[in-house]
Design a binder for this molecule. Sequence first.
Ligand SMILES: [Zn+2]
Length: 140
Amino acid sequence: MSEIVKDFTIESYLEYIRNKKLMGSKCKDCGETYVPVRKLCTKCNTANMEWVEMSGKGKVAAFTSITVGTPFFVEKGYGRNKPYCFSVIKLDEGPMVSGQLVGVDESKPETISVDMPVKVKFLETEIKGETRVDLGFEPA
Ligand SMILES: [Zn+2]
């Protein structure tokens, strides 16, 4: 029985996230890895891709403390008095992804540093009886 290969689309990528898997597409020709997925390798312009699961490990490349959040974060209780930290993570496999950084003291950004090792943490939120899963990271 052969496994059905999902299309290399953002929809498939997000479906994996909902199932708590951080997946990327890897070019079979040059080995370049893309997260979120791409159909075409921008290096060799081919569509010779395969799905690969990321280790979820990486390092903080950039971060920012946000006090004026989107309605989603306001609903979660974040705001002027409780900032949240949004980060850009360089995965060990190479690609850069963004997500909320948890498990840190958001009110003391000086305690968070670039190059800090992190690991993936899928963040579940109940919204109107449905569970939303977002990509997040926490200190490793
Ligand atoms: Zn390639």
